[in-house]
Write a protein that binds this ligand. Structure first.
Ligand code: AMZ
Length: 268
């Protein structure tokens, strides 16, 4: 189990990151995505479970490889968990937390305080809440208050409308309206995914991401569609101070070199 003091220590770095972003508006984090399905590391096409490409049967090795290439954060998703509404791929997540000593965020199937507490005790730095942000916003507020700097909201949208429960459920909730609900409650980041771009290698939705980042003061992380270094450059130059970008397929396919991506994103 990872020591909790590590989380506190990293919180100071989070704070420094925020000041840097506020001051220079540019430094961004590359979050390599490790999406877990049936214990393996996969990428889906637009979130469809039956359109999965398996990239590594050993998620811990994949995570370590990202770290060895210079990544200093990991983005994990328990895909089965997002559909089931409870953790399913706990074992690979625990293995990664035990082995890999970089801050890690996890989403998928986390729907109550006990599960949040469990994962923070196991050394996760940041918990991503998606479905409950729509279905139970008071829970998000309570969690952000109980665990300051550890709660992120995942907003996954198709044509601007939020989808939940593994993206299988469409809602009429507007992504920006949802984000605004969590202003000033201590949410540390919003992870905005354009579902139609996710795993599609067609470029991120830069305009929607920038618009969201302008609409709220919570740091926004862009997700979905990154297919080239130019896409990352577009996010960096989008005019809004983004906290970072999540990339999956482009890193696995080698379309984006990790060292190049990190150098680009962290440059002032
Ligand atoms: O690809 C999918 N079908 C998918 C996915 N990647 N469904 C959910 N998720 C991710 C979200 C967020 O990080 O991007 O799961 C998390 C939300 O899970 P939940 O259980 O809180 O809605």
């Amino acid at each position: 189990m990872r020591k909790h003091s590590n989380s506190l220590h990293l919180t100071v770095f989070d704070f420094i990151d925020r000041i840097k972003t506020w001051k220079w508006g540019k430094a961004m984090i590359l979050y390599p995505a490790i999406d877990l399905k049936d214990g393996a590391c996969v990428r889906l096409y637009k979130g469809e479970m039956d359109q999965a490409t398996v990239f590594n049967l050993d998620p811990t090795k994949q995570a370590q490889s990202f770290i060895d290439q210079g990544c200093n954060w990991l983005h994990l998703v328990d895909l089965n968990g997002a559909f089931a509404g409870k953790p399913v791929n706990a074992k690979p997540v625990e293995d990664i937390l035990r082995t890999c000593n970089v801050p890690t965020q996890l989403g998928g199937g986390i729907r109550d305080i006990a599960t949040i507490e469990h994962w923070l005790e196991h050394g996760l730095q940041r918990i991503i809440l998606g479905t409950v942000a729509v279905e139970n916003p008071p829970l998000v507020r309570a969690a952000a208050k109980l665990f300051p700097n550890h709660i992120a909201v995942g907003i996954d949208a198709r044509n601007g409308k939020v989808a939940t429960r593994g993206w299988a459920k469409e809602t009429e909730v507007n992504a920006t309206d949802l984000a605004r609900q969590f202003e000033d409650v201590g949410v540390t980041a919003i992870i905005y995914t354009d579902i139609n771009r996710d795993g599609a290698m067609t470029g991120p939705n830069v305009e929607a991401t920038a618009a969201l980042a302008h609409a709220v003061s919570i740091p926004v992380i862009a997700s979905g569609g990154v297919s080239s270094i130019n896409d990352l450059k577009a996010l960096k130059d989008c005019g809004a101070p983004l906290n970072g970008a999540i990339s999956g397929r482009a890193l696995y396919d080698g379309e984006v070199g990790i060292a190049d991506a990190i150098a680009l994103l962290k440059a002032p």
